[in-house]
Design a protein. Structure first.
Length: 139
């Protein structure tokens, strides 16, 4: 019955359009690359290639975060190795209404330093963790 109501609403034009849909990509993720497809120098949602969880040792990895804080807000990044040690830490300040932070690595370099397995990125705003992005590097 429910399917019939939905079909009827669509056929009669009574269906409502949704607004404020979520973006085509999450705010925190890992992928292979950003490719400026339209050559405008601006990051657009459909320009992230290879968003996924599993990466091979031969791949390039980009850890990406979209932050929506006041300019000047401190942001931090910690890359945690499979053994739980902190491999890299970085900080920066929010520069605009929207800041896109892309931290890039070669998977082979990460494996050489700390091994294959599950890697985590901890993202912080003003010292408080706001997300953990998890990937797995396979040989």
């Amino acid at each position: 019955m429910r399917a019939l109501v939905v079909v009827t609403m669509l056929l009669t034009g009574c269906a409502m359009m949704q607004e404020n849909l979520p973006p085509a990509r999450p705010d925190f993720f890992a992928c292979n690359y950003w490719i400026d497809k339209n050559q405008n120098g601006k990051i657009e949602d459909d320009e992230w290639e290879g968003i996924k969880f599993d990466f091979r040792e031969s791949e390039h990895i980009s850890f990406v975060a979209y932050f929506y804080q006041k300019p000047g807000t401190p942001l931090s990044f910690k890359l945690i190795a499979p053994d739980g040690s902190v491999y890299k830490e970085k900080t920066l300040k929010q520069t605009a209404k929207k800041t896109v932070w892309c931290q890039e690595y070669e998977a082979r370099d990460l494996v050489k330093e700390c091994g294959e397995g599950v890697w985590n990125v901890e993202w912080y705003v003003e010292g408080r963790i706001v997300n953990i992005t998890t990937i797995r590097i396979l040989k």
